[in-house]
Design a protein around this ligand. Structure first.
Ligand SMILES: NC(=O)c1ccc[n+]([C@@H]2O[C@H](COP(=O)([O-])OP(=O)(O)OC[C@H]3O[C@@H](n4cnc5c(N)ncnc54)[C@H](OP(=O)(O)O)[C@@H]3O)[C@@H](O)[C@H]2O)c1
Length: 268
């Protein structure tokens, strides 16, 4: 399928690894110019070089913490100055926070809210006027299946994911008349560093009987138990959905949260 996004300018936050990297690759393979944003400048540069070599596409990067107050403006300025526009925004930066209400600190709430929700709001706000100039825009917000089916083992993440689904729906209605479509993806278990760093330790604490298994085997076992398709998802499977939502082939889906979880309502 030709996505019809040749020459479109995309921003992918958290584009240096995992799902964001896969989304950036998918958009580059379809002819979009892509600006990836993340904090670790070394990894960002390495991903930029890898994706440029792999796809031959036009890619650039900006080292930035999306939680910073000026991050959204810096990212939008970089997209416009380097590629001339900002047509596609993929709000993907972030991580999971394992635990419930009682174990989450003030700092946890503040950091998670800034990175996931506040940055998304700010980026949408700076991107929409730029998209409006061309009368075309696509926004894809990475949420979690837990935004629809809350799991107390990931309470902070899932409260924010629910807020992302809600923001996505309302914003889609606000900008529908401008040619801008806004959607979210309710992601289930996907094998990335985020899973390994932020969920696996909590799974191991709660399941001491899995101590002898490798990280790979723990993910395989938990996914087989909780996911009807019997395995975790891949970053490329999420990227394919994001690319469609971000494309010109999508003209009629907006305000939706696509469940991409292998049929599961939880992943730990
Ligand atoms: N994997 C899953 O099972 C799963 C499930 C549900 C939802 N999600 C959501 O999907 C998104 C992508 O997750 P992933 O699994 O691909 O994670 P990942 O492999 O850990 O990649 C996260 C990306 O976000 C960047 N990032 C993190 N915090 C940032 C910040 N404050 N400012 C700028 N960039 C930041 C990271 O780079 P730096 O660290 O260098 O900044 C990296 O590029 C996240 O929002 C996550 O919550 C994932």
């Amino acid at each position: 399928m030709n996505l019809g996004i040749e020459g479109r300018v995309a921003v992918v936050t958290g584009g240096s690894a995992g799902i964001g990297e896969a989304v950036a690759q998918e958009l580059l393979e379809n002819g979009a110019c892509v600006l990836i944003a993340a904090r670790d400048a070394g990894r960002l540069r390495a991903t930029e070089e890898t994706l440029a070599a792999r796809t031959g596409g036009r890619i650039s990067s900006i080292a930035v913490d999306v939680a910073d107050a000026d991050a959204a403006a810096r990212i939008a300025d970089a997209a416009v100055s380097r590629f001339g526009s900002l047509d596609i925004l993929v709000n993907n930066a972030g991580r999971a926070h394992a635990g419930g209400l009682m174990s989450a600190t003030e700092a946890d709430w503040e950091e998670m809210t800034s990175v996931k929700l506040t940055s998304m709001r700010r980026l949408c706000k700076v991107a929409i006027p730029i998209m409006g100039r061309r009368g075309w825009g696509r926004i894809v917000n990475m949420s979690s299946i837990g935004g629809i089916y809350p799991n107390p083992k990931l309470l902070v993440s899932h409260v924010l994911s629910a807020a992302i689904c809600n923001l996505t729906k309302s914003l889609a209605l606000e900008v529908a008349g401008m040619g801008i479509l806004v959607n979210a993806i309710g992601i289930g278990a996907v094998a990335t560093d985020n899973w390994a760093n932020n969920m696996l330790p909590a799974v191991r604490r709660g399941r001491p009987e899995l101590a002898a298994l490798s990280d790979h085997d723990v993910l395989a076992k938990v996914s087989a138990e909780l996911t009807p398709v019997g395995r975790p998802g891949s970053a490329r499977e999420i990227a394919a959905i994001a690319a469609f939502l971000a494309s010109d082939r999508n003209g009629f889906v907006t305000g939706d949260t696509i469940e991409a979880s292998g049929g599961s309502d939880r992943f730990m």
